[in-house]
Design a protein around this ligand. Sequence first.
Ligand code: ISE
Length: 336
Amino acid sequence: MSDVRVGVVGTGFIGLEHVARFENSITGASVSAIVEPDESRARTALQISPNAQWFPTIESALESKAMDAVLIATPGQFHEPVILPVLEYGLPILCEKPLTPDPDSSLRIVNAEIAKGRKLIQVGFMRRYDVGYMELKSLIASKKQGELLGLHCAHRNPSVPDSYHNEMLIFDSVVHEIDVVRFLTDSPIKTVQVRHLKRNSLSPERLQEPILVLLETDSGVLASVEMNVSVQFGYQVKTEAVFEKGIAEIGRTSGMTQFFEGAISTPEHVSFKSRFADAFNFELQQWINSIRTRKFDGPSAWDGYLAAAAVAAGLEALKSGAICSVKYEQKPSFYL
Ligand code: ISE
């Protein structure tokens, strides 16, 4: 069977990472197209994937018939204008999170997929492919430690780029917990509340953080999320689950521990690139496998819509400080 020819749309930070991943780690696929309006970015990507063709627009790439599948790695606000024409051509899509930044545009995508009559979209919620989260999900489902009562999540970035603004705390960062809390508990998020920790004087002036987000699921589980993007020391994503009979923790960094000069130390990640490298590899490989076997089981456009709906409540909660309810449309039978 020949390789799946993948077009990568957007070769900024994460897009470039994925291009390298296809070159070095993924089997059964190769990058055939780089879709990137910025020529210098495109050239950098072509150095990694010299056999790919460069297209400045998604339309030109689609017309060329150079792609069997499309990975979208542009910022979230540019996803819809890329997804809709790709859907028209009936190509499978892996779209980086968020599907779109708001529920209305996510719903338009859901409806376009339903109209096409085939599941073609997977959303890049890579945490679902992280071993720790997968183990925790099975533990919760097994009820070995009794019912799950609550979750404490810490999501810490050392710093963020200049383009990162206050609302991104919710739609770009907390969106991961929004998806994964539902994934772990198998229950939609019912309400969102946002409180502020004491402000970090090292945060960029435009950001009011760290924040504490409370996500309550329909099933009654309360998840606290510390979202902190100026933590300086490293990149850390951890979750502690509180059960009736015990506790489980995921995300603690492993690796060599040194006992030296009066201290015990283990290296910490400094970026999501290394923290989730294995999860990204597994996610992309599973996506390619699902295209080859036509067995779709990744996070769907509907999952992307549910996350966008909870993000909308989160943005409202960020402004008002109130406990905000999430409003969902009814699940279309297409996604049952
Ligand atoms: C970034 O876009 C990501 O997806 C990272 O996983 C997250 O930790 C970071 O806060 C986001 O800005």
